[in-house]
Write a protein that binds this ligand. Structure first.
Ligand code: FAD
Length: 278
């Protein structure tokens, strides 16, 4: 069972727990992006199992009245095994999701997977117009070009700063440079994009910028934040714009949980306080 400490960041170990979390979160007017934890598979079996699990999950979401969707990782669907295998698994999930009226997000992983993820997104976004979205990372130097390439592709784009640690020849290293790139990419999206935009950030400065750009260009957008991070801000923002919470679940929660705890001093203190029973 999921220990109480992990429940801030992880929706549960089972799909049923994730859907129950979605129901409670929907009551606060926030949609939920369900992510079954799992990545970097080197064998076909776990990728096939997660593909099947996502097919069951979209059927369950479709049969409910939840405001929920899914987000998948390319390496979870077998990209590191074989690109064709990954594309087949992704197609399976997206087709099932389309049948059940459920939106599919694709997370973006490390920079060696960017080309394969974008290629697969383009194929699926053209085949299932409006049903698929892709995450792009502003810390990558290539992202401005990728945004141009994807400007007219149907579907949504989620802009994040980037959670991986790519080398200097492919990525901005200093925080100020990443923030500058994020502002530039966000402006491009609001100015040029006709499909949906998701602002995947907890940064108050970027959220204010998004609201200002929305006033200027009137482009629709949504805000996406992680479960357990600035939860009160999520509920408050939901009064004025479309807000979605990214909620991971599954038995592989420990690695994800510790990533969240260790990324910020405040989260580490929260964990220490909880362990001390305070
Ligand atoms: P940061 O630059 O980390 O922080 C800026 C400011 O935001 C802080 O000064 C603080 O005011 C506020 N803030 C940030 N974090 C916290 C916190 N924990 N508690 C309180 N305040 C905080 N990355 C990928 O590489 N691929 C993905 O597919 C991907 N998907 C994502 C999906 C969603 C919905 C979100 C929200 C993020 C995703 N990320 C992904 C992670 C992303 O790349 C960043 O690493 C992460 O969001 C931190 O950047 P930030 O913009 O939130 O703010």
């Amino acid at each position: 069972m999921l220990p109480p400490l992990a429940r801030r960041f992880v929706a549960g170990e089972s799909a049923a727990a994730a859907l129950e979390h979605a129901r409670r979160t929907n009551e606060r007017n926030v949609g939920v992006i369900c992510n079954r934890l799992g990545e970097h598979y080197r064998e076909r079996a776990p990728a096939a199992a997660d593909t099947a699990a996502y097919e069951r999950l979209v059927a369950d979401i479709g049969a409910s009245d939840l405001r929920a969707c899914i987000s998948v990782k390319p390496s979870q669907l077998g990209l590191l095994v074989d690109e064709t295998f990954f594309r087949e698994n992704l197609a399976r999930v997206v087709e099932s999701a389309a049948e059940h009226g459920v939106f599919v997000w694709m997370d973006m992983e490390d920079h060696t997977t960017t080309d394969a993820a974008i290629d697969a997104f383009e194929t699926q976004a053209e085949a299932h117009e409006g049903g698929v979205g892709l995450c792009l990372q502003s810390n990558l130097r290539r992202t401005a070009d990728d945004l141009e390439r994807l400007a007219d592709v149907p579907g949504k784009l989620r802009l994040v700063k980037g959670a991986y640690d790519p080398p200097a020849d492919v990525a901005y290293q200093r925080k100020a440079e990443v923030n500058e790139a994020y502002r530039r990419d966000l402006e491009f999206l609001f100015r040029e994009r006709t499909g949906g935009i998701a602002v995947g950030s907890h940064d108050p400065e970027m959220l204010t910028l998004a609201a200002d750009l929305h006033s200027e260009y009137e482009t629709p957008y949504e805000v996406q934040m992680l479960m357990g991070v600035r939860t009160d801000a999520q509920y408050e923002l939901a009064d004025v714009c479309d807000v979605w919470q990214y909620a991971p679940f599954g038995s592989e929660w420990p690695a994800y949980f510790w990533r969240r705890v260790l990324e910020r001093k405040e989260n580490a203190l929260f964990a220490l306080r909880a362990l001390a029973g305070g």
